[in-house]
Design a protein around this ligand. Structure first.
Ligand code: TXA
Ligand code: MG
Length: 330
């Protein structure tokens, strides 16, 4: 087991059996642990333990009105906490484990702490792949886990990014390498006959529509009520972000997409390309890490080339628009 000390207070462990034991002990003791999932790294705690969940909010400095996604191992475990409508059941059957979160009504009796749901009558559930799934089985409790980054900052897709962003605020970070999907899960809520896309994410809306044979209803940009975590200026790097850039200034960093660079790219402060071939899946996997790296170059701004909306392009553009939104607005 490799043991990498980032600071006196944050330890990174490679995701192996010993790390699973350490994470299990921490979760059962009511502590928070940063864990890899296929989408982004999560800051996890026992969802039934109020104090443990409070530590997540404290570490993220997240507004407490913002409900958290709760992670379960499968549909059977989910049924301890929620009731499924037929469409949600189809979606869970098709996409779990995976990058799909379903907002579902809480069962009459359940022990998920109200801090997780911000007092709502619903809870957002998903079954992750990999280490997260193993940890849930090891503790046999649902894990509340938002993305492992300070509130309003870019989501972390590597253990190193978690340690850097939350340094000193989480003791244990489990490292399973770069998160393969790279953007957060897609959030869906079935509302009678309406199937709502609350947040575009790691599973393309088109794939969900194909699975249920009907179109999704997009949440309005400012429908803060439905997904209160979707603050306009979420995911912000420290410098301004400029979208749909046809050219880049010498003081700016360029985030590219596809084979052709924006005018001025040769003289740009820095250039990183999300996908040379224009593949939105590859671009999603690189998005947050490239933003982190460009943010750290000392450029005056990050100029972003246009990215088509198809497939995961919708989720990528959603995150980029939030990164570009005026700061300080909630
Ligand atoms: O990929 C992911 O989903 C990552 C990984 C770690 O699993 N998790 C994640 O969680 O992104 P978080 O907590 O950062 O995002 C939670 C989102 C927020 O937009 C929140 O408002 C919404 O889910 N949400 C949570 N509970 C909800 C509910 N009951 N109804 C509507 N939206 C809800
Ligand atoms: Mg987040």
């Amino acid at each position: 087991m490799e043991n990498d000390r980032i600071s006196a207070e944050t330890t990174i462990l490679q995701a192996d059996a010993a790390a699973l034991g350490a994470a299990r002990t921490a979760v059962l003791a009511g502590d928070i642990v940063a864990i890899p999932t296929e989408t982004v790294y999560g800051l996890a705690a026992d969802a039934t333990h109020g104090e443990a969940v409070a530590k997540i909010f404290a570490a993220k400095q997240r507004p407490a009105f913002n409900p958290l996604i709760c992670h379960v191992s499968d549909i059977a475990m989910a049924e301890r906490y929620v009731t499924f409508d037929p469409v949600s059941r189809v979606l869970a059957g098709r996409f779990w484990p995976g990058a799909l979160t379903l907002v579902l009504p809480l069962a009459e009796s359940h022990d998920i702490h109200p801090l997780v749901t911000a007092g709502l009558a619903t809870v957002a559930l998903r079954a992750p792949r990999g280490f997260g799934a193993q940890l849930i089985e090891a503790v046999d409790r649902p894990l509340a886990a938002p993305s492992a980054n300070p509130s309003g900052r870019i989501s972390a897709t590597t253990a190193q990014a978690v340690a850097r962003e939350l340094d000193g605020r989480v003791r244990l970070v489990i490292d399973a390498g770069p998160a393969p999907v790279g953007v957060e899960s897609t959030i869906i809520k079935v509302d009678g006959d309406t199937v709502r896309l609350l947040r575009p994410g790691g599973i393309a809306a088109e794939d969900i529509e194909a699975a249920i044979g009907r179109p999704l209803v997009r949440a309005e940009q400012r429908a803060a009520i439905e997904a209160p975590g979707m603050l306009a200026s979420h995911y912000a790097p420290s410098v301004p972000v400029r979208l749909d850039a046809a050219r880049v200034e010498p003081s700016e960093a360029l985030l590219g997409f596809g084979p052709v660079r924006a005018a001025g790219a040769k003289h740009a402060h820095a250039v990183l390309v999300l996908s040379e071939t224009g593949d939105p899946v590859e671009a999603a996997a690189n998005l947050f890490e490239h933003m982190h790296r460009l943010d750290a170059t000392g450029a005056t701004a990050i100029a972003v080339e246009p990215i088509p909306e198809a497939g995961l392009g919708e989720a990528i553009n959603d995150r980029l628009r939030r990164a570009a939104a005026p700061r300080g607005q909630s």
